[in-house]
Design a protein around this ligand. Structure first.
Ligand code: NAD
Length: 498
């Protein structure tokens, strides 16, 4: 264990070794070897991070908008210049291929760019002379110390969905990244410091449930932004709101792609491959169910199968298309669904367990898998598998397809493939899902819109980033003011009426 490095917290502008005595293993999923151990925070370490952020809050809040903006601009420049370093860190701990890791950073950068324009987004409103000599205006003020809890699958992008906006609005931050790939958050903290962010304004608390519970319970945490699986999102939402906090908790997904008979089948097949197997299916916006409206299912499955035979699986640094899964346990769990599919009567058309890999055989590999004739009663259909497993369900009409999508418990993303504008329009109106693609398989909204699903994909009603992000990280005040002119209004116990 001596040559294994320890990944620390980041508190008050510096790395902080774990003092709690608990550590979690961090692997390179492409080799299957442990590369580091990460500190798992104790309650007292969590309290220290929160106290640090609380102490840093008044000065950060009171810094002029122009000075806060300069820090964000510097951060944007540094992140853009050094994004390859961050992508390499992501690939080493998450396993996704380098191009995909760079794409993740690019989507995060978009939010930083949005946040640099924050003075405009934080402007209040002003109404003059609402009553004689009385003006009303609104102010947006920061919440205080905000908590952010992120999942393993986007170790940089998901924190970047939240903290640039939280900081722009004048809050201070405690980020609890996933313990499975914790280095990206630490790297971002160092970069923020280099960009001139004062110590204590942004802190990284490494850890697991104990750190999460500490954030949920602590009275000085004003809000919690959580992204992860649905059971934990629900838990975080319920506990956080019960403790009086503002909570947005984004959960899991099971995203369907509906292909109508008039669709361009080559475009649909390419899209199904990209959205089904990109990042080894470990994306909350991955397509995991293809709903083919007959009579095109056989032709579409054939096209997808041909394309799958050309995919290269291997180490993220070797120019492959798809990397490994996050842990051995997760790989085994996902692979277990293939036996379930077979026993539930589905046809395993391509079995990823026998995949040839360009990399270490001890990596957590599972190749792209295609399951046809998937019964909707099977757990392979109902569960969020979170791996490179694409199921095909055949339906006989548009209506049947929409009804199937709407009957699910999740409502994160969905896509329709068609050349019929009327059908696409009907789809966008009728489908009960938060993010919709029309001939676009992964419809992640750009930074100036907002990200979030419906139903069990989002607890709380405020989405991530965009205008919603600024709403979440600020509290509004309405001020009614009168500057007395020489004439006094006299006593009046009623509401003023003019
Ligand atoms: P996860 O729920 O296991 O973990 C998310 C966070 O919660 C981590 O920081 C983890 O340390 C913490 N956590 C884990 N168990 C906990 C517990 N018992 N109590 C308190 N905290 C706990 O999720 P994951 O496996 O890291 O990420 C994958 C999941 O995230 C998938 O379900 C995916 O769909 C979802 N996700 C959703 C979105 C979205 O925007 N809706 C985006 C990315 C990922």
């Amino acid at each position: 264990m001596h040559d294994i490095v320890t990944i620390p917290h980041w508190i008050d502008g510096a790395p902080r070794d774990g003092a709690g005595g608990r550590f979690g293993p961090v692997y390179n999923p492409a080799t299957g070897r442990q590369t580091a151990r990460v500190a798992l925070a104790s309650r007292s370490e969590a309290e220290e991070a929160i106290a640090t952020a609380k102490a840093a809050f008044p000065a950060w809040r009171d810094l002029s908008l122009a000075k806060r903006q300069q820090v964000l601009f510097s951060f944007r420049e540094l992140l853009n210049a050094r994004k390859r370093e961050l992508a390499a860190i992501i690939t080493a701990e998450h396993g996704k291929v380098l191009d995909d890791a760079l794409g993740e950073v690019a989507r995060g950068l978009e939010v930083v760019e949005l946040a640099t324009g924050f003075p405009h987004l934080l402007k209040g409103e002003y109404s003059e002379n609402v009553s004689t000599g009385v003006d009303v205006y609104s102010l947006r003020q920061p919440l205080g110390v905000v908590g952010i809890i992120s999942p393993f699958n986007f170790p940089a992008m998901v924190p970047l969905w939240f903290f640039p906006i939280a900081l722009a609005a004048g809050n201070t931050v405690v980020l609890k990244p996933s313990e499975k790939d914790p280095s990206a958050a630490l790297w971002l903290a160092e970069l923020l410091a280099e960009a001139g962010l004062p110590s204590g304004v942004f802190n990284v608390l490494q850890g697991d449930k104990e750190a999460v519970d500490s954030l949920l319970e602590h009275p000085d945490i004003a809000s919690v932004s959580f992204v992860g699986s649905t059971p934990i999102a629900k838990y975080v939402y319920e506990r956080g709101t019960a403790a009086g906090k503002r909570v947005q908790a984004l959960g899991g997904a099971k995203n369907h792609m509906l292909v109508l008979p008039d669709a361009d089948l080559d475009l649909a097949a390419d899209s199904a491959i990209n959205a089904g197997f990109g990042s080894a299916g470990e994306r909350c916006m991955a397509i995991s169910v293809l709903v083919a409206v007959e009579p095109i299912a056989d032709a579409l499955v054939q096209k997808i199968r041909e394309r799958m035979s050309r995919l290269r699986v291997g180490e993220g640094t070797r120019g492959c298309d798809m990397g490994p899964l996050i842990t051995r346990e997760h790989r085994d769990k996902v692979a277990g669904y293939l036996d379930v599919a077979a026993s539930d009567g589905a046809a395993v058309v391509v079995d990823g367990r026998g995949v040839e890999v360009d990399g270490d055989p001890d990596g957590f590999w599972l190749g792209p898998t295609l399951i046809d004739h998937l019964p909707t009663s099977s757990p392979v259909y109902t569960d969020e598998i979170f791996g490179p497993v694409l199921g095909v369900v055949r339906v006989s009409s548009f209506e049947e397809g929409v009804q199937l999508i709407n009957s699910g418990r999740y409502g994160n993303g969905t896509a329709v493939f068609t050349n019929d504008g009327g059908a696409a329009r009907r789809f966008q109106r009728e489908v009960e899902v938060g993010m919709i693609g029309i001939n676009v398989p992964i419809p992640v909204p750009v930074a100036y819109f907002s990200f979030g699903g419906w139903k069990e994909s989002l607890f709380g009603d405020v989405k991530a980033y965009g205008a919603s992000g600024f709403g979440f990280f600020t509290r509004e005040k309405a001020v009614t003011s009168r500057w007395l002119d020489p004439s006094h209004g006299g006593i009046n116990l009623g509401f003023p009426q003019n």
